[in-house]
Design a protein around this ligand. Structure first.
Ligand code: SF4
Length: 356
């Protein structure tokens, strides 16, 4: 019996999603890129973009599945979704996109509805590493989070422009972004205020207009191309290379662009068991530390006001310090101590019984 390789079959269905698409407008999801040359390439050389790897495609498809599930759960939770996957176009800057959703939020005061907002909602799924890093930012720190984390994960730099453009298109004072940890389903919400970020959005509009101008230089009035993008003429017209090690590394056009940069030292294999063991332990102890902190927090609550109690083999005691905080003390209960406590219990019980 010949058993088919099911994983191969599944992968083949994902491979069908690996395609390049013509791009004739600025994309809201890309216009936040710090490289205008890349944005011009997207328009004039989209067919030369590096094809997505199967690994990346699996990640994208997984993200789409998560988005579908969140949208379903959102509807089930009673949130009023008034638009889903709506196309957006800004004619002035020739920028297009798709809003994940627009929802309805009522402001209620003294049980009376005093206002209704329709903010755009953007959904992003992410790895557990990114999710954990996001946890240190407050709900209103989206710009800061994306800017700081974008230093390591360059695609995050593009996110704020997208939701701000949607806020602008929908004339909404704010937008909502939900991140979902793909490994455990945890979610985090950010709110981005349009008015506070109008200066940044203006730079995006200006950038989009510059890209449109640069793109126009590549075409004749009848729509035919004047020259190829890798020709000497084109090189004079393309915006400057940014030569950023992180942005260029993840850029789909780095082969075509050939940035003036080296992507780090060549990989080499080193046999160093002592360092390898130290790194293993470093990560292992870090896990223990996290587990310890979690248990300690639990015990702080569970043992509050618990004094002189035996729990299994442990003696739990504590007292208030001068600042009014309960200090727990947990020790192994030796037999003598257990005996003393039992005797004390018996003594008190007898007194109570004799007074009945
Ligand atoms: S490789 Fe770097 S400089 Fe070239 S288009 Fe991409 S991001 Fe810009």
């Amino acid at each position: 019996m010949e058993i088919p390789n099911l994983v191969e079959k599944l992968y083949n269905t994902h491979k069908k999603n690996i395609r390049r698409f013509p791009c004739h407008t600025n994309r809201a999801s890309a216009i936040g890129s710090p490289c205008e040359r890349q944005l011009v390439y997207m328009r004039v050389a989209w067919e030369q973009a590096e094809l997505t790897s199967l690994t990346s495609q699996l990640i994208f498809d997984e993200g789409n599945e998560h988005e579908r599930i969140v949208m379903r759960d959102l509807l089930e939770s009673g949130v009023k979704v008034i638009e889903q996957q709506t196309a957006f176009k800004d004619d002035l800057t020739n920028t297009t996109g798709h809003l994940d959703a627009v929802i309805e939020i009522e402001t209620v005061k003294d049980q009376v509805v005093v206002g209704i907002d329709h903010p755009p909602l953007e959904f992003k799924s992410c790895s557990p590493f990114i999710f954990d890093a996001l946890a240190r930012y407050g709900e209103d720190e989206y710009m800061k989070a994306m800017s700081e984390m974008g230093e390591d994960y360059s695609w995050l730099k593009k996110y704020p422009a997208q939701i701000l453009l949607y806020c602008y298109a929908k004339a909404s004072k704010y937008g909502i972004i939900i991140f979902k940890n793909k490994s455990n389903g945890q979610m985090k919400q950010f709110i981005l205020n349009l008015e506070e970020n109008m200066d940044y959005l203006s730079t995006i509009f200006e950038k989009a207009k510059r890209v449109n101008k640069a793109v126009a230089l590549f075409y004749n009035t009848d729509g035919s191309k004047k020259f190829e993008v890798d020709s000497e003429d084109a090189k004079k017209l393309l915006p400057a290379k940014i030569n950023d090690p992180v942005d260029c590394k993840y850029c789909d056009y780095n082969v075509l662009c050939n940035p003036d940069i080296t992507f780090g030292n060549p990989l080499r294999v080193e046999n160093n068991p002592i360092v390898e063991k130290a790194i293993d332990e470093h990560f292992l102890f870090n896990l223990y530390r996290k587990a310890y902190d979690k248990r300690n927090e639990f015990l702080k609550v569970a043992c509050k006001d618990v004094d002189n109690v035996i729990v299994g083999k442990w003696h739990v005691a504590g007292k208030y310090n001068k600042n009014g905080a309960w200090l727990k003390k947990i020790t192994i209960a030796d037999e003598m101590k257990m005996l003393q406590i039992k005797e004390e219990e018996e003594r008190i019980k007898k007194i109570i019984d004799s007074n009945k």
